[in-house]
Design a protein around this ligand. Sequence first.
Ligand code: FAD
Length: 636
Amino acid sequence: MYKTGSEGLNRPSLPTSIQAMLLAAYSVLTLLTLIRAVLSAQYFQRSVDLPQVAYDFIVIGGGTAGGVVGSRLGEIRDHRVLVIEAGPSNQDVFDSQVPGLSHNIGYRTQFDWNFTTTPQNHVNNTILSYPRAMILGGCSSHNEMTYTRGSQDDYDRWAATTGDDNLSWKNILPYIQKVEKWSTPNDPNLPEDDHFNSSVHNKDGMIGVTAPYFPHPFNDLLLNATREMNDEFPFLLDLNSGKPIGLGWGQASIAHGLRSSSATAYLAHANDNVHILLNTHVTRILPSTNQSHDFRTVEFTSGPEATARHTLTAEKEIILSGGAIGSPQLLLLSGIGPREELEELGIEVIIDNPSVGRNFSDQVSVPVSFSTTLPPTDFDQMEALSQWKLDGTGRLALARHLSPIGWVRLAATSEPFKDGSPDPTGGQNSPHLEFFFGGISSLNDSTGIGNPPPATKITAVEQAGVISTTRTENNLSLQIDVVDVNPVSRGSIKLSGPSLFDPPLIDPALLASSLDTAILTEGIRSLQRLWSSSAFSEHISGFSTPAPLSTQTEDIVEYIKHASTPFGHGVGSCSMAPRGAEWGVVDPEFKVRGLKGLRIVDASVIPFIPSGHTQAPVYAIAEWASNVIRSTYEGL
Ligand SMILES: Cc1cc2nc3c(=O)[nH]c(=O)nc-3n(C[C@H](O)[C@H](O)[C@H](O)COP(=O)(O)OP(=O)(O)OC[C@H]3O[C@@H](n4cnc5c(N)ncnc54)[C@H](O)[C@@H]3O)c2cc1C
């Protein structure tokens, strides 16, 4: 951990009285810190260590949403709250603290569930990895920290679909704000002026958010291009204003050079009536009495090898926060889901609900690279680590190599909509596409330039070029993910067997709708137009990946069909529906349809994927849901 104190500074000595005052203040502070530690949430490695068996609320999954709900419910001192997390604590995982090291834990590690998709029919039958965190804080402890609220249309569409105006942009905004604690970047040489609009941010919330950046000529060229091609690429001062269209600066869940997550910002500050049980897998949710639909009992175990199963019953409620994969998986294992599917696996059907695990959607990302003469963004990791340890600045204090992000809304007259296809977004304030600028490097991604990936098994991480295998000197390329942020395709989460340890069948149904392919094709064309601006034309030329791709539409489509990957923003698999609806999994109070005692709060309840990255919307709805749950019990 870097030090922030003034050790080693050669200062003149202070008068004794002042020294005594400082010493007294220091002692009081130390005492307060100690009291705070004693009164904070308590962490347990094994269930046998729990000091009690009676809990009012049991939260399944100490992830992004679960961390918020657990700590907010614990603000009522009388509430005894237990958060059960399959993974270990984030506290000893160094790579989860250093923003620039997130790739070390995000993919195929002990902190990942190591899921894969089913063969993707429209992506050459490819099986892709589908990372999901298994660590306290969930994906907020291992993700890439990009912080985007989505567009106001996303929330308004959600409110209209569920018939609950509480979810509209205007009503959810206070909860979005409640999450956020705007923080100034550590490095005084990188002022954030003109990088965000302070009037749309809050300084008093929980999750640290900044607009950290790395000075690079690409930034200025991009700003020049926004002036030159303002119609297609307007400058976007703040991507969190509710209308994310244009090119501007990224924002990240980073404060003072450290990752800010639901584990660091919420759970670590929760009251001592919040108990956190780590390394524990919930295997099923059970009725608390025979033949009842009152689901307040959890069955759990210490891991795949353990045979023993234990149970605990919540006196008030269970809140399922297992994420877009884990939550439908647990419902299905508990007999809540499509009858035929459950019966095939020999699972007793308790509630026949065909919506469980359906409506799953994820954004589709296509990695593309362009030859460039701009300087590389590569850096010396060891030097950067020393810098970070010294004062929390430098390249490892940043989540990304290039700081801007682009969002493009296609015109209604553009190619994808010429056949009359309806607009898949929530409205005029929403983009169809994101340009996620990666970096500039001479490291080839492992797809190999001009070398198509094998059609059978390839991981998203390899496809996206995160793992680099070969170095081609003098062949610098600018790497970008072109992302279809409002996909039409809908997939599913199903079980492959009756146990939690049978890997779930994750099918994002990438490109099942041809409109998604058409939007991505237009996205690549749009990027080509950006590079043809006079700002960029000298610096960026044709594709380096895919190569030797011509600019023919059919070649681009072919490339999309073999390079697409899920963007890691899955939602909708336990979708919210209006009260009393015949479809959907939860109602607007997050209660599971047909049951008592069980709510779901996480990405799985979001019916339409937000136009951006998903952590900020998940935090916001977890804040709102905590309010809904608390108001049920406050005053009783
Ligand atoms: C690699 C990666 C990078 C990403 N980058 C970004 C980004 O830069 N910006 C952004 O906004 N979004 C990003 N996302 C997406 C975003 O982080 C997630 O959408 C969001 O955090 C999901 O929150 P959640 O609460 O729904 O689920 P999670 O945060 O995944 O929490 C679910 C928790 O439940 C636990 N759990 C599940 N099942 C069980 C069980 N049976 N028993 C016990 N515990 C269980 C899990 O271990 C996990 O901790 C990224 C996602 C990934 C995978």
